[in-house]
Ligand binder design. Structure first.
Ligand code: ATR
Length: 277
């Protein structure tokens, strides 16, 4: 996806993947800085660790408490910093600037894939891990009316609920399944990754026929049993591939300061993840 986008923008860049132990993350970031990398993406389990390892945090990272995108910037003689892609000669002084593009990607995916504007909505969120937490806080910040937080470990849902109540008191938080209908069910648990996984909710307490749309953050397999069940019930559905796409297009825009070629990147991502599907 990134290399396809980079190609369309005519940039002489390469996007490469490296496996890094969390214990070595600081060195990896320092090494990239020393070698004048333009930027980095980070994924699990590095996103929270990197909060303390970058020189400066964009509001997107400080708000959600996680860094998934780093941009390296060089210092000019007058003291101001600009992204490395603007420099013809690598500068001596380089800083790392941490961003988060995951949260915005959730909102964009819900809007563009499911036609959901979040203001005033009722949402059942399944899962309160890293992805669930970011989703819950972002949805609250977008002005949803009510959120139902359900997680296997109830304490984590309760802690997340308290966090929401403290910052967005207008949002109704419930730590149980909804009584009536919801506009959206959002799966942020890992249930569905394996073929024989059960549905990510208690079927004796809730049924998809009480929802209008379902978004599953899982994208492999392309259709989890949750999505299959929801489709059969006639609901609007989407899997998590669009979140992956939108966090990536926004990262490319941060590094290059140009609009990312969305459709080319989407096709490259779909080909890469699902083959010729
Ligand atoms: P991520 O960064 O993808 O959110 P995570 O932080 O490990 O990953 O969170 C995984 C989520 O899936 C959690 O909500 C987890 O529930 P717990 O908080 O109780 O661990 C949920 N999950 C994982 N396996 C599960 C299972 N077998 N049944 C129900 N929920 C499960």
């Amino acid at each position: 996806m990134q290399n396809a986008g980079i190609g369309v923008l005519g940039l002489n860049w390469r996007y490469l993947a490296f496996d890094v132990y969390p214990e070595r993350l600081r060195e990896a970031i320092e090494g990239a800085r020393a070698m004048h990398y333009l930027g980095l993406n980070l994924t699990v389990p590095h996103k929270i660790l990197a909060m303390d390892m970058v020189d400066i945090l964009d509001e997107s990272a400080s708000t959600w408490g996680a860094v998934n995108t780093i941009r390296f910037e060089g210092k000019h003689s007058d003291g101001h910093w600009t992204p490395l892609h603007q420099w013809s000669e690598p500068p001596l002084h380089v800083r790392s600037h941490g961003f988060n593009t995951d949260a915005e990607a959730i909102v964009r995916a819900l809007r563009e894939d499911l036609g959901i504007e979040l203001g005033g909505r009722r949402v059942l969120l399944l899962g309160a891990g890293g992805a669930g937490r970011t989703a819950a806080l972002k949805l609250a910040s977008e002005g949803i009316k009510e959120i139902f937080l359900v997680n296997r470990t109830r304490d984590k849902a309760a802690a997340l609920g308290s966090e929401i109540r403290a910052t967005w008191p207008a949002v109704n938080v419930s730590l149980d399944y909804p009584g009536g209908e919801v506009d959206l069910v959002l799966n942020a648990t890992s249930l569905g990754l394996k073929e024989n996984d059960p549905l990510p909710f208690d079927e004796s307490r809730f049924g998809v026929d009480r929802a209008k749309a379902v978004y599953d953050m899982i994208y492999r397999p392309a259709e989890t049993s949750l999505l299959r069940t929801a489709k059969l019930a006639g609901l609007r559905t989407s899997n998590g591939i669009s979140m992956l796409l939108y966090q990536g297009t926004q990262a490319l825009e941060i590094w290059s300061e140009q609009p990312a070629p969305l459709e080319v990147m989407r096709q490259a991502l779909l080909n890469n993840v699902y083959g010729s599907l």
